[in-house]
Design a protein around this ligand. Structure first.
Ligand SMILES: *[C@@H]1O[C@H](CO)[C@@H](O)[C@H](O)[C@H]1NC(C)=O
Ligand SMILES: *[C@@H]1O[C@H](CO)[C@@H](O)[C@H](O)[C@H]1NC(C)=O
Ligand SMILES: *[C@@H]1O[C@H](CO)[C@@H](O)[C@H](O)[C@H]1NC(C)=O
Ligand SMILES: *[C@@H]1O[C@H](CO)[C@@H](O)[C@H](O)[C@H]1NC(C)=O
Ligand SMILES: *[C@@H]1O[C@H](CO)[C@@H](O)[C@H](O)[C@H]1NC(C)=O
Ligand SMILES: *[C@@H]1O[C@H](CO)[C@@H](O)[C@H](O)[C@H]1NC(C)=O
Length: 389
């Protein structure tokens, strides 16, 4: 038996990603445009309106991540099917490992650093992320974290009044492990960057004043993202939050691309194929309801953004010749040639803890912090970013 087969079998004995509860959706605010005490910290005002750097296919990219759901489960839920009918379904889109946190770390850092747990880690300041590439390229950015109490908050969890069940004790709606930029000291340790990791009262202020930036990562809270609940709860949140925003040009104009996806599958037994859909005004109507079966991973969100704005790369997963295909919508427009890996050639990414790296919990798989591959050429064509030290 091959090692991957053994590991897949071993994974069957492990607990599945946690989900399921009997809670019913309750809107945290009167609308996505409104402030709410449920979000705790009051907004300190909206972001400055930065000049727009035109992209080749889109001028704004918004990623919204949900939790722990197999492709077939999302694809048989009415709200997700409805989104697919209004966008491009990416049917061969894979998370890069289990559990949650390494996937969130990977999608802006180009690596999960061998990580196989959800404990608190601080990725050192010499490690660059998408934030470095966006800032060098003049593309404004922010992350919006529902129920994170204050901007740039670096605590591991935060509990606040249980607005779903006001008779119950305070609830842990916020978890740092789902907040990609704050995991990196190169963001959390730099006040001007930490201030761009914002809560949902800031989101309401930013969307109202047309101040949403060009690159956004959105994490709904622990019930709305399906983590403590299920896909139907996540679908109800999408109807409450995303649907009005899709209809509003301050969020979705003709040059906006929205990615709705999941961090990982619920089952660890089969490979990590998650539901992913591209939406928004940047998707031409003739492509609505189509399926793109190119092999993508969480690294594709990096390579696609790099291709769109002609950015540099991190010389990590974002330039991996197997795992960093650019969404066809963008590859077709920029002339980037994707690989045609499919079927059994798709790597197994339901493995846990077998990738060597500095954060691997097994001491014999620990390494130092690897340098970027400075010979790599990413889809944006720009130089590989090398952090200080
Ligand atoms: C997703 O669901 C639709 C509607 O049931 C179905 O036609 C399609 O085959 C499914 N897609 C995949 C990749 O399973
Ligand atoms: C706004 O600023 C005040 C004072 O610095 C701070 O206490 C509060 O947490 C900030 N609000 C947010 C949402 O960060
Ligand atoms: C519950 O959370 C609120 C903030 O939403 C806080 O003001 C209050 O002190 C918390 N209560 C307890 C018992 O921790
Ligand atoms: C946004 O504008 C709407 C409509 O004018 C208003 O109801 C809402 O309170 C505003 N939200 C914020 C955060 O100012
Ligand atoms: C990209 O181009 C290929 C080849 O012409 C075509 O089959 C595919 O539908 C295009 N995809 C998108 C999303 O435009
Ligand atoms: C670095 O990138 C170059 C160019 O893509 C590639 O040939 C080489 O194999 C990569 N090196 C490593 C260690 O991955």
């Amino acid at each position: 038996m091959s090692l991957p087969t053994l590991v897949a079998l071993a994974a069957a004995a492990l607990p599945q990603a946690f989900a399921a509860s009997s809670q019913s959706f309750v809107p945290p605010a009167s609308s996505p445009f409104s402030a709410s005490v449920n979000y705790v910290g009051q907004s300190n005002g909206s972001l400055p309106i930065d000049p727009v750097k035109p992209g080749k296919v889109f001028d704004r990219f918004i990623q919204i991540w949900f939790e722990n759901t197999d492709f077939s489960v999302a694809n048989s839920t009415a709200e997700f099917r409805s989104l697919a009918e209004r966008g491009i379904l990416l049917s061969q889109y894979f998370a890069v490992t289990h559990p949650s946190q390494p996937n969130y770390a990977a999608t802006i850092g180009g690596s999960f650093w061998g990580l196989a747990d959800d404990n608190k880690h601080d990725i050192p300041s010499q490690i660059g992320t998408m934030v470095d590439l966006l800032e060098l390229g003049g593309v404004s950015w922010a992350a919006y974290q529902e129920n994170m109490p204050t901007d740039g908050f670096n605590g591991e969890t935060f509990s606040s009044v249980n607005y779903v069940d006001p008779t119950a004790a305070n609830y842990t709606y916020y978890q740092r492990k789902h907040n990609p930029p704050i995991l990196y000291d190169s963001v959390s340790g730099v006040p001007s960057r930490a201030a761009r990791v914002r809560n949902f009262n800031d989101f309401a202020a930013d969307v109202n004043t047309s101040a949403l930036p060009q690159w956004m990562f959105v994490t709904p809270n622990m019930v709305n993202d399906g983590h403590d609940t299920n896909v139907d709860f996540a679908a109800a949140f999408l109807r409450y939050w995303l649907e009005p925003l899709l209809a509003d040009p301050r969020f979705n104009d003709g040059r906006t691309l929205v990615l709705v996806t999941f961090d990982e599958t619920e089952s660890y037994l089969h490979n990590n194929n998650v539901f992913a859909v591209l939406l928004g005004g940047a998707v031409p109507e003739r492509l609505h309801g189509t399926v793109d079966s190119t092999y993508y991973t969480h690294y594709s969100a990096m390579s696609t953004v790099q291709a769109n704005w002609g950015l540099g790369s991190l010389g990590r997963g974002d330039t991996d010749p197997v795992m960093s295909n650019v969404y066809s919508l963008v590859a077709n427009a920029t002339g980037w040639k994707n690989n045609d890996i499919a079927g059994s050639s798709i790597p197994l990414t339901n493995l846990i803890g077998l990738t060597p790296g500095p954060l691997n919990p097994l001491f014999f798989l620990q390494t130092g912090w690897p340098a970027p591959n400075t010979s790599a050429v990413g889809a944006g064509g720009g130089p590989v970013f090398v952090g200080s030290g």
